[in-house]
Design a protein around this ligand. Structure first.
Ligand SMILES: Nc1nc2c(c(=O)[nH]1)N[C@@H](CN(C=O)c1ccc(C(=O)N[C@@H](CCC(=O)O)C(=O)O)cc1)CN2
Length: 290
């Protein structure tokens, strides 16, 4: 049976350590780190994630700012609000919760966040730094995957990592982070031919597609570490919703080296990395070693 990589437990450990660090830092500087989360519209899943982010901030002593705005909010109003937050000295991190309502231009809005407050790591400057192997704020989900792999001593250097999905939020930065850790990286996507042949070669398989049961027993090998980034809500026969990843967990778990569950895997690590990025950004602004 595979080793379960417990993201929930690791995220709790990280938050505990951050709480201690934030306490010391706040006593030193006289103000806590600040995070502004902007949510636009009423997507119920996003509302849950944003609420969880505020709660996590409260738990570890980060001050929460930000707003919940109606879906009808004009682009210019949002741009002005982001500018205000860019200039607000209490705010070290700004995050625009995705997805946005269709009428808004997410790229322009994300690009208007000051790069040194971009705790989501999605600004072209931070993406460029990742591409060039320079220090900078890293996207939270792939950073969480790397942290989990490193904590569980999963070998990366020289191994074949297959990343399924090519989004800006996960797939592309994930591939770059694995490459920076000296993996041989393949990015597979909807046009990849013979996907099974590709995934079967993976020492590390990261799937971030958003399709339940995409990864089946025939797509892995006994040495594979499977990282499931998918978060899909499916109907359970009892009528209640259930959260599943991209992997057919019951079928794949007995066949592989290690695997992350959903829930309890990469989701909680994403929030832990967001808090860590906020503290990093704060330390940088105060010229303190983080
Ligand atoms: N601006 C961003 N938007 C979005 C991001 C992001 O990183 N930046 N990621 C996702 C949503 N997300 C964080 O925002 C997120 C998703 C899931 C979880 C999580 O902890 N999931 C739990 C289950 C929670 C539940 O029951 O619903 C788990 O997997 O165990 C945290 C954060 C899209 N948008």
């Amino acid at each position: 049976m595979a080793q379960r990589l417990d993201g929930k437990a690791l995220a709790q450990e990280i938050q505990l350590a951050l709480a201690q660090q934030v306490k010391t830092l706040t006593a030193k500087t006289g103000r806590p780190p600040g995070l502004a989360v902007i949510m636009v519209g009423d997507d119920p899943a996003s509302a849950t994630y944003v609420r969880n982010k505020h709660r996590a901030c409260d738990r570890i002593g980060i001050a929460s700012y930000g707003k919940h705005l109606p879906a009808s909010t004009p682009q210019t109003e949002l741009l002005n609000y982001i500018q205000q937050l860019n200039q607000d000295d209490r705010v070290d991190g700004i995050l625009l919760q995705l997805p946005l309502p269709q009428d808004l231009d997410a790229v322009t809005l994300l690009n208007s966040i000051a790069p040194d407050k971009d705790v989501d790591g999605l600004h072209p400057i931070n993406m460029g730094r990742l591409l060039r192997g320079e220090p900078g704020l890293r996207s939270c989900t792939p950073a969480g995957v790397m942290h989990l792999l490193q904590t569980y001593d999963v070998p990366i250097a020289g191994r074949h990592a297959v990343v399924l999905g090519r989004s800006i939020l996960v797939g592309k930065p994930m591939a770059l982070m694995l490459l920076a850790a000296n993996a041989t990286v393949t990015i597979a996507h909807s046009s990849t031919r013979d996907l099974v042949a590709v995934t079967r070669q993976a020492d590390i398989l990261v799937t971030a597609v958003g399709r339940p049961h995409l990864i089946t027993a025939g797509m892995v090998n006994p040495g594979t570490t499977v990282i499931d980034v998918g978060i899909n809500r499916v109907e359970h026969p009892n009528g209640k919703g259930k959260l599943v990843g991209d992997v057919d967990f019951a079928a794949v778990e007995p066949l592989v080296q290690a695997i992350t569950p959903v829930p309890g895997g990469i989701g909680p690590m994403t929030v832990a990395m967001l808090l860590q990025n906020t503290v990093l950004s704060y330390c940088k602004r105060f010229h303190i070693d983080g």
